[in-house]
Design a protein around this ligand. Sequence first.
Ligand code: M6R
Length: 611
Amino acid sequence: MCGIVGYVGSGEAKDFLLEGLKRLEYRGYDSAGVALIEKEKLRVVRAVGRVSELEGKTEIFSHPSHTGIAHTRWATHGKPSEKNAHPHSDCHGKISLVHNGIIENYLTLKEKLTKKGHRFRSETDSEVIAHLIEENMKTKGENFEKALLATLKCLKGTYGLAIIAKDSPGKLWVARMGSPLVIGVGNGENYIASDVSAMLSSTRKVVYLEDGEWAEVTAEGYAVKRGIKTASKVAVDVEWSEEVARKEGYAHFMIKEIFEQPESIAHAFRGRMEIEEGLARLGGLREVKERLRGIKRLLIVSCGTSYYAGLVGEYMIEEYAGIPVEVEFASEFRYRKPLIDKDTAVLVISQSGETADTLAALREAKQKGALTLGIVNVVGSTIARETNAGVYNHAGPEVSVASTKALTSQLTILALLTVYLGRQRGMSATMGKRILEELSAIPKKVEKILQLAPLLKRLAKKYQNTETLLYLGRKYQYPIALEGALKIKEIAYVGVQGYPTGEMKHGPIAVIDSKALVVLLIPQDSVFEKSLSGMQEILARGARVLALTTEGKDLIPKHKNVEVLKIPKTLEMLLPMLSVVPLQLFAYYMSLAKGYDVDKPRNLAKSVTVE
Ligand code: M6R
């Protein structure tokens, strides 16, 4: 996720752009850049770091400028650096553009364009768009609009684009496919941005572009088209405050991020599946592919929610790839004497890529000669840099302290990794295909689960004062019971326990009485009957049960103390990606009901960079 902004009008473009970027920094903050048409020249300035770094460098713009675009980056392709920062230009510096999204077929396009003599300066997917427009200008009689349309037709993936051209001062073009884009309507000036929060101090009249639409924007107006046909668009008034706009209308980042999951899961697998062949394509592992073929043991090391993702990964990889896996808290691993040999790979999982314990564990593993791999969300973070190889989540920035979309994207990658490692060993193409097909259907199923939000809100309100709360799950659902309990601890401050269902009888059952609430994860999976016996034991002690099961036959016996929630079916190994969503919603609404600060829970930090 990145933030883009643009201006065309009679005012000073730079002022609006820098202000807009600062408001969009929550979308990405590893580098930033601005391009302005100044005295018939296209000038670009870029900087690593936050927008304030860029601001210092814009002193070089000495003349007034009335057309410009800018970008704050959340790296996906290519580490955060000045050359990878946007705007990107064509070979001759005639076109400049900013992009939010992922161009899946950029490598094929880059190869073709390179053969035609185009010179690339960055490692990004976005730069191909500038060169493609340049190339298409040649074949479309230097007609910019025709060249742009031809370019958009070649792109696979997602984009929110804003483009300016040296030869057309006073104009900017935008296009949208899967990444948000808004035109702000001013008086003698117009604006564009990834979201309205960037422009609320200048205008409250906006036009939302839909997927497949593009537009030419000038100081006097805007013309929106779909292909070559004019699309009639009506400007609407925005009544949101700036703070609410940043959260795109959601009350908190946590709920926004929960609702982003269909998209963030799709981002995590986009371009990484060859479904027909049953293969996972993980470019970040290319260089260690042969070493991975030979590993005999995998150690997964991480903290918090990322640790629970690792536990699910253990079940997936052992079951389908046949590699022995152990999962360990990084804070423990770093201080004991782990036995690692040349056949062991150590996989660290971290949203932030900066967690001190995970980083120390990674360094320890490296020092012992292990092959180190990472699943990291923040591109260019320390852990991402220091692992031998890895896979990025592409989930976009996670702002809420309570992690949600990072987990489901980690699980997506672990499923891909399972197919990758499995197919190197005994897994058949049919099984690989089956897993990938099911994985590609997950975003739609998550969308369906999100419709349970009003019900979960009611349940959270009803149970907000429960003092004894227990989360139970078995096999693939056990790590999700732990995660559900962690979410409640973190934001609703309840001393809840997460346990394997089968372990309940070895102790936790003592706390179960008529005042207790048990959240039981009981999908119709390979251990359903066993979980059902667990439920009877709970009911016999008078507790209430919130049973989370899968759609299909009603196999949960009716009981006055049982409330049933249903989620769609999928492969057992992928069910955690679905069952966790209602638990995230339950925790969110419980925190809300109790009046707590959901996004900034007490005593916690987003990234734990101290021991
Ligand atoms: O950035 P990381 O994934 O390395 O962070 C690990 C934990 O600190 C993190 O998951 C923490 O437990 C979250 N607050 C969970 O919601």
